[in-house]
Design a binder for this molecule. Sequence first.
Ligand code: EPU
Length: 303
Amino acid sequence: MTEQERKALAKLVTEPPKFNEPMRHHTTLRVGGPADALVTVHTLDELQKVVQFALERGLPILVLGEGSNLIVKDGGIRGIVLRLSGELTRINFDTQEIEVGGGTYLPHLLVKAAQRGLSGLECCTGVPGTVGGALISNAGTAEEFIGGKVTRVTVLTHEGILRTVEKDELRFSYRSSNLKELGLVIVSAVFNLSRDEPKAIMERIHRRWRYRWETQPVNMPCAGCIFKNPPGDRAGRLLDAAGLKGVRIGDAQVSTVHANFIVNLGNAKAKDVLALAELMRETVKAKFGITLEYEVQIVGEDE
Ligand code: EPU
């Protein structure tokens, strides 16, 4: 990005963009090289201006959620990394159909909905991501997903146009959706939730939380499950049975708690994490003949 482009970009937003910003500060696995520009937008107007700016100059855009399902390579990200804040994280509870900004932190939404007696998103308990990110990857458990509760999604298209997509055009399957094709940015989503006692909803959330605490390395830097579950089996079970728990490359280690997680013991680089993930894939392929598919998103350039 040229100096002129940096200056022009800074004029479009209220919060000063961060240039050459290390992405390891913005991913839960704590790896990743510098983004050319990390831009936080607080309003729809700012978002549209930045997207227009990037489209006119052919600058790539990556929308960052909480960085919780993301591996950014050590060479970092060219172009603009966008973060949604302010009015793009608002929750409108006017009706049973709640409207939520794409940048909303999912754990916050779950608790707010539970307090108002709105149930349906409990499957996303413990998913430390944004609503937009969760929708794109259809987050949830192995059986229940966020996509099942959504009735429409407003996106900014790849051409920079605001568009509302109705449920019948949305496709959700296990850890996948067609939202990346439909839009560049998830601006907001409408969920249809059902009524229940706040206490009962909170109990379900706590139960799921406890399960995660007992079975996942939630207190370590990690990026959630690295691989999708293959049809009819569990990636964690296969990786464990292959003897991979505790295996290390540099400071990247296969979690000793759940074999489908890689944890950062301190100073792991993305290249360590990716080499370890490939070793995990190759070992499972050699032992069980099953090819695991990545569940985490891998972005950026090699160093
Ligand atoms: N297992 C092992 N060893 C391990 C890990 C798991 O034998 O090291 C066995 C367990 O004993 C269990 C089975 O594998 O019998 C499934 O394990 P778990 O209940 O932990 O579920 P999972 O399929 O590994 C899925 C999602 C998680 C989600 C949990 C919560 C995927 C890839 N993972 O995990 O999602 O939190 O269910 O129910 O679908 C994520 O998407 O990032 C993620 C963490």
